[in-house]
Design a protein around this ligand. Structure first.
Ligand code: HEM
Length: 413
């Protein structure tokens, strides 16, 4: 039945736990940039910072400094229990490389965004170069992952991770596409949009979501079934095409949008078939994360109906959906996974993280078309600011509390 396999199976000294903790601090810093963005909406952005640059800084650090190294650490901590070879050192090498590059590119994104800046006699897009280098750490992780699993009989969790790691590698084609367009000086809004959406959607929906689902699956002792196999095939066949929905309608033909809608429907069906059989085997915390997953499946299914998808885009639900997936599904899965793996050495209580995610998402709602227009107004801008501050303060307090507990424990030894 249910199966929290271990709660504090690795000790204090686990290098993977340290990598996870460092990534959690990246969450706090990136969330701070989110606050800065919201603050700028109220009080203006001043001379140095712009909304676009802060958004780039925030989203890069969240995806590359928080979610990616934290997922690498958790997967590596879980895979020996699935039959994979333990190679913590190599995972730490690539995970820390990704983390350091994310932190180095963060100030560069804040100040310059993707712009080139004079370095000696050349003009270089510093932030793009640093984040481009990080892609090699993903390839490193893929090599380590497949090396650790060579010849190993696949469990359901591993099959999801296989898909996730392939999505990570394939999504990088979008990132290289963005860089290639910049270097070639191609000024095409269509191709820029195609490469960016392909990258972000496959990286998020493929690597992060499927990787997180694999972590959940690794806690459930329940065998494979035809439903789950069909589900994984559907996921694998569709996840790379959902990005077509997000392309600006002025650039692309209606048929691209319909294709994207169909892909979203297949992805929803696939995820449903993977999640439904394990639903009754989830413990309380995984079940709460499962609710975020279930709502994501429902939203993807809604995207399969083109008029509904169009309405959602017009109603400004894209940003809300992204945060639902990244903060609700991915972040909560990483937090509950760390709590189950390392206990209070990594997460004091998942409640604090859940409170932060709830504050973020609930305060975003009034800015969307789900909120009645007659109840809107300038207060909604203050509302998202309060939500962003609350979320940041709650997670900062949780992490400082953990540090305090570690120091107290050390000094009492
Ligand atoms: C305390 C938590 C968070 C806060 C306060 C926050 C805040 C923000 C803000 C203010 C924006 C810009 C909104 C706009 O363009 O109008 C944004 C965008 C974004 N955020 Fe977050 N966010 C949080 C959590 C996350 C997490 C956990 C992730 C991913 C792991 C994430 C990924 C992104 C991405 C990718 C974008 C860019 C969206 C786009 O350009 O379409 N955020 N966030």
């Amino acid at each position: 039945m249910t199966s929290p396999i271990s709660s504090t199976s690795q000790t204090d000294k686990s290098p993977l736990r340290l990598l996870w903790m460092a990534s959690a601090w990246a969450f706090v810093v990136a969330a701070g940039a989110g606050v800065l963005f919201r603050w700028g909406m109220v009080g203006g952005f001043g001379e140095v910072l712009t909304a676009a640059h802060i958004r780039h800084g925030h989203s890069h650090l969240m995806l590359m400094g928080w979610a990616t190294p934290a997922l690498m650490a958790l997967m590596a901590a879980r895979w020996p229990g699935q039959g994979g070879r333990r190679i913590d050192r190599s995972v730490c090498l690539v995970g820390w490389t990704a983390w350091v590059l994310a932190f180095l590119s963060f100030p560069a994104f804040l100040i310059w965004g993707y712009q080139s800046v004079p370095v000696g006699s050349a003009d270089l897009p510093i932030a793009a170069i640093l984040s481009g280098l990080a892609i090699f750490s993903w390839y490193g992780f893929a090599a380590v992952y497949f090396g650790a699993h060579r010849g190993v009989k696949r469990t359901p969790a591993m099959r999801l991770w296989d898909l996730a790691v392939v999505a990570l590698v394939v999504s990088s084609a979008g990132a290289w596409g963005v860089a290639g367009l910049m270097m070639a000086g191609v000024d095409s809004a269509l191709w820029e949009s195609v490469t960016v959406h392909f990258f972000v959607d496959l990286f998020g929906g493929g690597w992060l979501v499927l990787g997180a689902l694999g972590v959940i699956r690794s806690y459930v002792k329940y065998g494979d079934s035809t439903n789950q196999q069909v589900g994984r095939w559907l996921v694998g066949a569709s996840v790379a095409f959902v990005f077509l929905i997000g392309l600006p309608r002025s650039y692309v033909d209606e048929s691209w949008f319909v294709l994207g809608s169909m892909a979203a429907g297949l992805l929803a069906a696939g995820l449903f078939l993977v999640i439904q059989p394990i639903w009754h085997h989830l413990d309380r915390w995984w079940w709460r994360v499962g609710l975020f997953f279930a709502a994501t499946v429902a939203m993807l299914a809604a995207l399969a109906i083109p008029p509904l998808a169009e309405w959602g885009l017009r109603a400004g639900l894209r940003l809300f959906y992204l945060h639902w997936v990244f903060a609700g599904v991915v972040t909560m899965a990483l937090v509950v996974g760390a709590y189950r793996q390392w206990g209070a050495q990594a997460v004091n209580t998942p409640w604090s993280w859940l409170a932060a995610v709830a504050a973020l998402l609930l305060t975003m709602l009034p800015m969307t078309g789900l909120w009645p227009a007659e109840l809107g107004g300038i207060w909604t801008v203050y509302c998202v600011l309060v939500g962003a501050v609350a979320a940041t303060v709650i997670v900062t307090a949780e992490l400082i509390g953990l540090l305090g507990a570690r120091f107290a424990e050390r000094s009492s030894r």
